[in-house]
Design a protein around this ligand. Structure first.
Ligand SMILES: [Cu+2]
Length: 388
C-alpha cells in the first residue's frame, strides 16, 4: 500500500503534466490569436482617430474660409476644431511707413444734429479693411469701416434708422441705446433690402450698436459694430472729445498678403491676433490724439468685444471724472486709476492734464496692449513718441 501510495503519489504529477501539456496545446495558440486581434484593433482605432482629427481640421478650415461667405453659418467651430497659429505682431518690413500713410479712424466726436429728430443711415458692405500696418481682413461693415460710423444724438431726440444691406447675407442692427422689441426692430434685412425703424434716445450714455443676426458672435467678430452717443442734457464742458471703440480680431491667416478672414475657433478661445482702438492696431501711436495743457479731454469708450473687456487707463494721470458703465444719470465717480469697460458696454472718462507731454491710453489688461490696444494723447504738441 505504501508503495502504491508512494507510487500513486509519484504517478499523479506525471498525469498532471500530460493534462497540462494537452491543455496548453490549445491555450497557447488561442492566446496568440487573441493578442494578434487586439493589436490589429488598436491599430485600426489609431487610424480612425487620425481620420477623425483630419476631418475636424478640414471642417474648421472650411468654416474659417468659405463658410464665412455662406448664408447659413453656424455659431460653433465644431468639436475638435483646431485654431490656426497666432499671427500676432506680424509686420511687413515697411510697417512704419504704412502706419504713417494709414489715415487714422476719426476719433473726434462728431456734432449731434439739431432738432427733435436724428436721421441715421447705415449701409452694410463687405469690405477688405486694414487692422494693423499691412494686415488685411475681409470684414462685414457698417459704412465701409470697422468700427462703423460714430453716431451722436442728444437725449430726447427721436432716432430714425435706415439700414440698407449691401452685403451677401442677411444682416441687422441692434442699438443698445434703444428700448424696443428686438424681434421687430432688430430683425434681419435680406441682401439688397432696406428697412427703417425708430427709437427714442431717452437714456443718455455711450452705447454699442452691432449686427444682431445669428450668430451675432460671428457678425461682431467680422467687424459689424460701432458707437452711439446719447449726450445728456447737462454735461460738464470738455474741450476735446474722443470716441474709442475697442475690439478684437481673430485671423485665419497672417493677412499680410491675401486678406484674412475669421478663425472661429480662435474667437471661441478668445485668443485674438490683434486688439484695437477704432479698428487698427496702435493707430493713435502713429497719429496721436491731441489736447492743450489744462483742457478737459473726454473719452467716450465702447467695448465691442466680441469677448474681451477693456481696462481703460491713461498713463500719467487719473480719470478725474468717470461715468462707469456710462451711467450718465447719477453723478460721476472721481479720481479713478483704471475703469473696466465690459464687452458690450461703455464708459465716459474725463482727464485734465496740466503738463505738456505724451500720455498713453491703454487697456491695462496688458496682453491687449501687446496686441495693439494702445494710443497716445499728445498734450501741448510736444515732440517725440512714447512706448508702452
Ligand atoms: Cu451681420
Amino acid at each position: 500500500m505504501s508503495t502504491y501510495s508512494v507510487g500513486h503519489s509519484e504517478r499523479e504529477p506525471g498525469i498532471g503534466w500530460k493534462v497540462f501539456a494537452v491543455f496548453a496545446g490549445f491555450l497557447i495558440p488561442f492566446v496568440i490569436v487573441i493578442g494578434a486581434w487586439l493589436a490589429v484593433s488598436a491599430h485600426n482605432a489609431r487610424d480612425e482617430a487620425r481620420q477623425a482629427a483630419a476631418s475636424a481640421k478640414a471642417a474648421s478650415t472650411n468654416s474659417s474660409t468659405t463658410g464665412m461667405s455662406t448664408s447659413a453659418p453656424t455659431a460653433a467651430a465644431g468639436a475638435g476644431a483646431v485654431a490656426s497659429p497666432s499671427f500676432a505682431g506680424i509686420a511687413p518690413a515697411n510697417a512704419d511707413a504704412i502706419a504713417m500713410r494709414h489715415a487714422a479712424f476719426p476719433a473726434a466726436l462728431p456734432a449731434a444734429p439739431t432738432g427733435p429728430v436724428a436721421h441715421v443711415h447705415l449701409s452694410i458692405a463687405d469690405r477688405v479693411v486694414s487692422v494693423a500696418p499691412g494686415i488685411h481682413y475681409q470684414a462685414w461693415t457698417f459704412g465701409k469701416t470697422a468700427p462703423g460710423p460714430v453716431i451722436h444724438v442728444r437725449q430726447g431726440q427721436k432716432v430714425v434708422v435706415t439700414l440698407t444691406n449691401g452685403g451677401m447675407m442677411p444682416h441687422s442692427v441692434d442699438f443698445h441705446a434703444a428700448q424696443v422689441a428686438p424681434n421687430v426692430d432688430f430683425s434681419d434685412v435680406a441682401p439688397g433690402g432696406s428697412k427703417t425703424f425708430s427709437f427714442l434716445a431717452s437714456v443718455p450714455g455711450v452705447y454699442m450698436y452691432h449686427c444682431g443676426t445669428a450668430p451675432a458672435f460671428m457678425h461682431i467678430a467680422n467687424g459689424m459694430y460701432g458707437a452711439i452717443i446719447v449726450e445728456p442734457k447737462n454735461m460738464p464742458p470738455a474741450q476735446r472729445e474722443y470716441v474709442l471703440v475697442s475690439s478684437e480680431w481673430y485671423l485665419n491667416a497672417p493677412g499680410d498678403g491675401k486678406a484674412a478672414s475669421l478663425d472661429l475657433t480662435k474667437a471661441e478661445q478668445m485668443t485674438p491676433d490683434w486688439v484695437t482702438f477704432n479698428g487698427y492696431a496702435a493707430q493713435y501711436k502713429t497719429h496721436p490724439l491731441t489736447a492743450e495743457p489744462g483742457q478737459t479731454v473726454r473719452f467716450w469708450v465702447v467695448d465691442a468685444g466680441p469677448s474681451l473687456n477693456t481696462e481703460f487707463h491713461v498713463v500719467g494721470t487719473v480719470l478725474k471724472r468717470a461715468w462707469i458703465n456710462a451711467d450718465m444719470v447719477d453723478a460721476p465717480q472721481h479720481d479713478i486709476q483704471t475703469a473696466v469697460v465690459p464687452a458690450g458696454g461703455g464708459g465716459v472718462f474725463d482727464v485734465t492734464i496740466p503738463k505738456p507731454g505724451i500720455y498713453p491710453f491703454v487697456s491695462h489688461s496688458f496682453a491687449s496692449v501687446a496686441l495693439g490696444e494702445v494710443g497716445l494723447l499728445n498734450v501741448g504738441n510736444v515732440a517725440g513718441t512714447m512706448s508702452h
